[in-house]
Design a protein around this ligand. Sequence first.
Ligand SMILES: [Zn+2]
Length: 297
Amino acid sequence: MKILKFFLTTIVLSTASLANAAINVFTCEPEWAALAREIGADRVRVSTAISADQDPHQVQARPSLISAVRQADLVFCTGAELEVGWLPVLLARSANPRVQSAPGLLYAADQVSLIEQSSSTDRAHGDVHAAGNPHMHLDPHRITMVAKALTERLATLDPQGKAYYHQHLVDFLQRWQAAIEKWESRASHLKDTEVVVHHRSFSYLLNWLGMRAVAEMEPKPGLPPTPKHLGEILSKVEKENIGLILFTSFNGSQGANWLAKRSGACAVQLPFSNEKSLFSLYDELIEILVSKQGECL
Ligand SMILES: [Zn+2]
């Protein structure tokens, strides 16, 4: 009887803690879903607007996404105008007062400094990232800063979980710091490697690893490559002996393959996000770059 009572109490307690504790987190991009699961673990329920191979610049404000935002306690997105074409629609149509502003709305880009801020003239010429490059999830040091801000925000929304979130942050940062050291050591030969990119998707990654993008296939961020522009890049690739042309799934491989075919350089598709694990995302990025550098330079 005693044992039965113990089990019953345990079941009641765990059901109660789940029902009380879970914070609904809606993330715009998969990388933030992965981070929210690291810090929030069992106290959060996480959904994401897009999968890892979808383009975060262009998302349909579907009814399922509106419904997810309606149920959210926290909307966690990149910001810096990355979602300017769709997140305002989701927020407005959800009519959820909890997530229209802080503390229920958190932008990762607001927690860090941004590179590649453009002038108003660039904006007029079609630059979709005039506020600065929003793709900061590919700098592991900026991820650290966002993880800390997310921890504080979860603790504000769910004060009973404060110690829990802090404990998960400490654990995450220990593993993350060790992984950064491993990645930096593995990628040390990539330093000073010059590459061509499709979009400015990898600027933070390249800066971190000491690599350099010498050309972008998009004439301005967000504008499709033109034959004239690709022709100019081809001469550069040939003249400067560039070995790697980087793109990601939603860019399409057409421009990269066109350049690779004519120059002998390698068109290299890199992952852009990973909903399950930021560690896997970086592992994969570094392994592809290291192996392709060996093959293609
Ligand atoms: Zn972009």
